[in-house]
Design a protein around this ligand. Structure first.
Ligand SMILES: [Zn+2]
Ligand SMILES: [Zn+2]
Length: 343
């Protein structure tokens, strides 16, 4: 499906590729990548069709690879001069999906916390749809978050504080940025849980019955905007754009990793940095851990505020919401928070 999407992007680059990414593409390399994904889809499709009882996945994969080839494959020329303007930005979804799958899926298959949970668990496609929807509007999200953020930096930014911060070593600045962001994220995340109006939105993120890296992307757009938007405000007082961008990259990787079905750990580091088992306890439906572990990076922030729950070595038995029926589909979940509760 990634290869098919990429070939469609080659056919309609003006509409489907992101203007902000276009200048950075080494096209020769991208074409090799597309060809490699097509070949991989066919090889993996054949293997899957042989090994799995259900043939649907393997055949679907091969069908998409075949369709990508019939549409011209990796060698489709780009015939138009591209100009800035509104675009859907399918390329960003495809690239990030490929990258995240390559990073996280192998470690989940090799060292799972729940070995019985497959990569293609129930509802995996729903979470791909969430991943798609959070990536397509790269323009909208950057417009809604980054643009006001840049504007606000000039208003909120404190020149003396910024100068003092800039004089520190880069790594120290980066660490302080994670600290400030996580304190903000702790407060926002806790508010999302305790304020019923906000919980309606955040409940969607907690509706996953099983966790893996892609489950982390299941979140209502409003939930995403609240967390990402508000978290940036305290950062803008003191940090440079460069540090904030580095932090945004870090939080994407760390927050995704916390949702992975990945067992191994580094025990001495666990008290200082959040590992998947910590955030998994945040997602459990077991009463002992409800409304615990709100931090995203540092577990000791929860200790500080009395919301820490981390039993030795055990993983939760159940995930999701026990007494809140959330609709199953993407659109049902999108409209769910806006529906009146009735009696
Ligand atoms: Zn939560
Ligand atoms: Zn989560």
């Amino acid at each position: 499906m990634l290869a098919f999407g990429a070939v469609v992007c080659l056919h309609f680059p003006q509409v489907l590729s992101s203007p902000e990414l276009r200048p950075h593409y080494p096209m020769a390399l991208i074409r090799v990548l597309i060809q490699a994904v097509i070949v991989a889809a066919i090889i993996l499709g054949v293997m899957s069709a042989f090994l799995r009882r259900k043939k649907l996945l393997g055949l679907t994969g091969m069908l998409f690879a075949l369709a990508a080839t019939l549409l011209g494959g990796a060698s489709v020329p780009i015939n138009e001069t591209l100009h800035d303007g509104p675009a859907i930005g399918l390329d960003w979804f495809l690239l990030d999906m490929l990258l995240m799958t390559l990073i996280f899926s192998p470690i989940e298959v090799l060292w799972p916390a729940y070995p019985k949970q497959g990569v293609f668990r129930p509802e995996w496609l729903l979470d791909v749809v969430y991943f798609l929807f959070t990536h397509l509007p790269i323009r909208i999200t950057s417009f809604l978050i980054l643009l006001p953020a840049v504007q606000l930096t000039s208003v909120l930014g404190n020149a003396r504080l910024q100068a003092a911060m800039a004089s520190l070593p880069w790594l120290v600045q980066f660490f302080l940025a994670i600290l400030v962001a996580d304190l903000a994220e702790y407060a926002i995340h806790r508010a999302l849980h305790v304020w019923p109006l906000l919980w309606r939105f955040h409940a969607i993120h907690h509706s996953s019955k099983a966790l893996d890296w892609i489950a982390g992307s299941r979140a209502h757009l409003v939930d995403d905007l609240i967390i990402r938007g508000l978290m940036l405000i305290p950062m803008m007082f003191a940090f440079s754009q460069n540090i904030i961008t580095a932090y945004l990259l870090f939080v994407t990787i760390h927050a995704t990793w916390e949702h992975t079905n990945f067992g191994p750990t580094i025990e001495w580091l666990e008290p200082y940095l959040i590992f998947p088992r910590f955030h998994h306890w945040h997602h459990t439906s077991q009463t002992e851990a409800i409304d615990k572990n709100f931090a995203i990076h540092f577990p000791w922030i929860d200790k500080l505020f009395g919301t820490y729950y981390y039993p030795d070595d055990t993983w939760p038995d159940t995930y999701g919401l026990h007494n809140e029926p959330i609709p199953a589909g993407f659109w049902g979940q999108t409209f769910y928070p806006f529906r009146s509760r009735g009696k």
